[in-house]
Write a protein that binds this ligand. Structure first.
Ligand code: HEC
Length: 269
């Protein structure tokens, strides 16, 4: 009698655990979708579907290479991605020699003897993609007083960052007649306040893609944002892989525990 009650107790505990885990999972999915929807609605950012998001999403290497191409030829004139070193480009499929040659195209300023003097040398694979300006003042002077931020983490630093950065790149529009635009700024439909110091960086014919993909403003924007998603979370695929392995382990573990329970209580029930 006592045995039966205990056995039932364990079975119902197991059921409760499974039900609780399932509800928790569903709650997380619903909440994350709801939060995303509210953020997009509040600031009117058009939502875009990204191939690398979702629990099984992976970075599309071709898109990353195209995005890097856009970054290197356009954005890097003003922005750095300090968290990325040239040698990290191996992930995008570049060979050691290609990386050496990409790095050597930039001039790195360095301080040789602890004095005030700065010397120039060609970049090395171990160097980071630093800001193209020698210091903040120079960066501001070249941009009408505004500072182009480092873009390594920008897609994580802004709410709904992927859609937001894409929207900024696509959001240059003629200034509405009633809008008072301050001199030196540009009208952008999606930048908070609608006045941005960055001049329109992409027009749709800024680069030629090595893989033959046709260029367009949308294509360039999507690819460069995918690249900036990678710079912000280069470990994303590894994290998702670990998540999936953990889920598989938990399922197997639950089944094993259930089988154990059945075996142990078999004779007693
Ligand atoms: C001519 C210089 C220049 C170029 C080229 C340029 N930017 Fe900018 N960018 C700026 C400046 C200046 C700001 C600061 C804007 C402000 O604060 O009003 C900025 C800001 C930004 C921001 C931040 C917006 C925010 O929410 O603060 C993003 C994102 C950005 N740029 C992305 C890019 C991308 C992607 C490219 C390449 C396709 C690019 N930029 C090319 C000068 C530039």
């Amino acid at each position: 009698m006592i045995v039966r009650i205990r056995s039932n107790l364990i079975t119902s505990q197991l059921k409760i655990t499974i039900a609780a885990s399932a509800s928790f999972f569903i709650l997380i999915v619903v909440l994350s979708t709801a939060v995303k929807a509210t953020v997009s609605e509040d600031i009117g950012i058009p939502a875009h579907s990204w191939s690398h998001t979702g629990p099984f999403g992976r970075f599309n290497k071709a898109a990353l290479r195209r995005g890097f191409h856009v970054f290197r030829n356009v954005c890097s004139t003003c922005h750095g991605i300090q968290r990325v070193a040239y040698r990290n480009l191996t992930y995008l499929g570049y060979s050691e020699d290609e990386i050496k040659s990409i790095a050597s195209e930039v001039k790195v300023l360095y301080n040789k003897d602890g004095g005030a003097g700065l010397y120039e040398r060609p970049g090395l694979p171990s160097d980071k993609f630093t800001s193209p300006f020698p210091n903040e003042q120079a960066a501001r002077d070249a941009n009408g007083g505004s500072l182009p931020p480092d873009l390594s983490l920008i897609t994580k630093a802004r709410p709904n960052g992927l859609d937001y950065v894409r929207a900024i790149l696509l959001g240059y529009e003629p200034t509405p007649s009633k809008f008072h635009l301050m001199s030196g700024l540009n009208y952008n439909a999606y930048f908070p306040g609608h006045q941005i110091a960055m001049p329109q960086p992409l027009y749709g014919d800024d680069v030629t893609f090595e893989d033959g993909t046709a260029t367009s403003l949308e294509q360039e924007a999507e690819d460069v944002v995918t690249f900036l998603a990678w710079t912000a979370m280069p470990e994303m695929e590894e994290r998702k892989r670990m998540g999936i392995i953990t889920m598989i382990f938990l399922v197997i573990f639950t089944l094993l525990m259930y089988a154990c329970k059945r075996a142990i209580w078999k004779d007693l029930e």
